[in-house]
Design a protein around this ligand. Structure first.
Ligand code: ZNH
Length: 141
């Protein structure tokens, strides 16, 4: 459960991303694939070196889903259900990958917001993204 302050931090940061899902998502994926190359295993259909168009397109889809989650903080499980089924049963993404993505997500936020990315914002985003990851991986048993 997120407090009112945490929800406000999430909304405040999301306002900066909204409308720019594709470039933020592409940067996130580029960091993920570069810093944690094992994550590329799940994206082999994109080839050894995914190009900018592929990064933008998948990054946009991923961040749009995050945006939907931001609008439904009280209802993550219901709103992410189809994505949870996809990641668990179709894509079979190892849950160990989610903390790697969360790590990269926070670096993307920090590099854009710099000093404006307060410790409270980071804490709120870590909690929120961990909540999303729990929902996306909980069918995997
Ligand atoms: Zn994921 C897909 C989201 C994580 C891998 N994804 C996807 C999509 C989305 C997402 C929205 C699309 C769907 C459709 O199309 O229907 N993810 C997401 C989110 C997250 C994630 C929100 C967290 C936060 N993923 C992830 C991880 C991984 C992944 C961690 C690994 C590493 N995904 C993936 C894949 C796919 C996806 C592989 C498929 C792709 C294609 O199709 O191309």
């Amino acid at each position: 459960m997120l407090s009112a302050e945490e929800q406000a931090h999430i909304a405040q940061v999301w306002d900066l991303i909204a409308g720019h899902e594709a470039p933020f998502g592409a940067e996130l994926l580029l960091r993920l694939f570069t810093v944690y190359p094992s994550t590329k295993l799940y994206f082999q259909h994109l080839g050894a070196f995914p190009d900018e168009v592929q990064l933008l397109s998948h990054g946009q889809r991923m961040l749009q889903a995050v945006g939907v989650a931001v609008q439904h903080l009280d209802d993550l499980r219901a709103v992410l259900r189809p994505l949870a089924d996809l990641h668990a049963h179709v894509l079979r993404v190892d849950p160990a990958n989610f903390p790697l993505l969360i790590q990269c997500f926070q670096v993307v936020l920090a590099s854009h917001l710099q000093g404006e990315f307060t410790v409270e914002m980071q804490a709120a985003w870590d909690k929120f993204l961990t909540g999303v990851a729990i929902v996306l991986t909980e069918h995997q048993r």
